[in-house]
Design a protein around this ligand. Structure first.
Ligand SMILES: Cc1ncc(COP(=O)(O)O)c(C=O)c1O
Length: 408
């Protein structure tokens, strides 16, 4: 067990000032929730926003609302390499998961395969995903879906604050959602946001929302305690402690199809106070870190370690493709010993998740399966100091040197 400065792989700040705002939020009740909703609709220039207890809750509500409108269609297309919460939300909504392989250079869909998949008559929706905050090509999906009347549900869980061609991510699909979980761009401990400009869909979502339970007092108290814990233990000085507790399962990717769906509570809405200013600063900090890693990668081109996406977006983590399995294992081991927050992404493609793999018998998604074993992510959050960056460069240096004698 390592004791000492340890960087979390991703972290969103929750300060004591935010927690104090959360407590004021409890006193304000519904007014606080309405305030957050109206700030979101104004900021993202959409007509409707809804607040729920998680990103997967948001996706489930969206899919249920779409299915209500088109009960004859029940398939949802997702990238075969994505967060395991996405297939769990599709199952929770009572729908079928349809996988599409990915382009390993962008982690976006393999568009040739997507065109075939979208032609299926049962397809209700397609979920382009801005993985690590890297913009998926929604314009290209729009071109394919227009004639087919398939809904575009934009998974912007990891992309709040990001833009593509000066348009805000989360507003490019027919409906979009963000996650407010820990480790996202903005966090209210847990939470999800739905955005749409479609009035018919908004009506259906509003009806679903009306039936959702509220957080109980005890649950709100748990959120408050968790916010304090996050405030203390996400700091590099203390992160070694929760990381050493195996029952917290930090860093593990879990498939959990059974989750609760609730309305976001006033405490969480209160935590969000001042979010526009904070998100702007967080995004700028991340862009700076991304530029730093992208610069390192471009100065030391390596066959075995490649940049996945060239654009300097405000990524949530900086993904690299490491094609040499021994090098990847070596880098991760050194990072672990030194508490530097380098991490793999999801351990396998969605078709290999043990609980659902029988659904994909006889189907393969070779590019998604291969990339799952190759992605290494570097932290980009505000807790990183110049000394951490130097140490991470030192870890990566021997791997560059071995190959082309280039020193970062
Ligand atoms: C791409 C993606 N989609 C959906 C989700 C689900 O969000 P939440 O954890 O808030 O349920 C996540 C969460 O990490 C995610 O990364």
């Amino acid at each position: 067990m390592r004791i000492g400065r340890t960087l979390p792989p991703a972290a969103a700040p929750i300060t004591f000032k935010d927690i104090f705002s959360g407590l004021k939020g409890i006193c304000n009740g519904q007014t606080e929730i309405k305030r957050f909703e109206s700030e979101l609709t104004r900021h993202f220039k959409v007509s409707h926003s809804f607040l729920v207890s998680s990103g997967k809750a948001a996706l489930t509500i969206i899919l249920k609302s779409l299915h209500e409108q088109h009960p004859e269609r029940n398939e949802v297309i997702i990238p075969a390499f994505t967060c395991y919460s996405v297939p769990s939300a599709i199952l929770k909504a009572g729908l079928e998961i349809r996988l599409c392989d990915i382009n390993p250079d962008t982690l976006d869909f393999d568009f040739d395969q997507l065109e075939n998949e979208i032609s299926r008559p049962c397809v209700l929706a397609v979920i382009p995903t801005h993985l690590f905050g890297m913009p998926a090509d929604i314009g290209r999906i729009r071109n394919i879906t227009t004639a087919k009347k398939v809904w575009i549900v934009e998974d912007a869980a990891q992309a709040m604050g990001g833009e593509s061609n000066h348009q805000k991510l989360g507003t490019l699909g027919d409906v979009g959602f963000f996650s407010l979980g820990r480790g996202k761009a903005l966090s209210t401990v847990e939470g999800g946001i739905i955005l749409t400009n479609n009035p018919g869909l908004a009506d259906r979502i509003a009806r679903q929302m009306a039936d959702l339970p509220e957080y109980s007092r005890l649950e709100t108290l748990k959120l408050l305690i968790y916010a304090v814990i996050l405030n203390i233990f996400m700091r590099p000085a203390w992160f070694w402690f929760p990381k050493a507790l195996p029952f917290l399962k930090l860093g593990e990717t879990l498939f959990e199809p059974d989750f609760s769906i609730q309305k976001l509570c006033a405490f969480q809405a209160g935590l969000s106070r001042g979010w526009e200013k904070r998100l702007k600063q967080i995004t700028l900090d991340r862009q700076k870190a991304v530029r730093n890693w992208a610069d390192l990668m471009s100065r030391c081109p390596s066959e075995k370690m490649q940049n996945i996406h060239l654009a300097c977006q405000a990524k949530l983590r900086f993904p690299l493709k490491v094609t040499d399995a021994a090098a990847l294992a070596g880098i991760l081991a050194v990072s672990e010993q030194n508490g530097l927050g380098l991490m793999r992404a999801y351990p396998d493609s969605v078709n290999h998740i043990p609980q659902i793999r029988d659904r994909f018998r006889n189907m393969t998604f070779p590019k998604a399966s291969a990339i799952a074993g190759q992605v290494l992510t570097l932290p980009v959050h505000h807790f990183m100091k110049a000394a951490d960056i130097r140490k991470i460069k030192q870890i990566l240096t021997p791997f560059f040197q071995k190959e082309n004698k280039c020193l970062p």
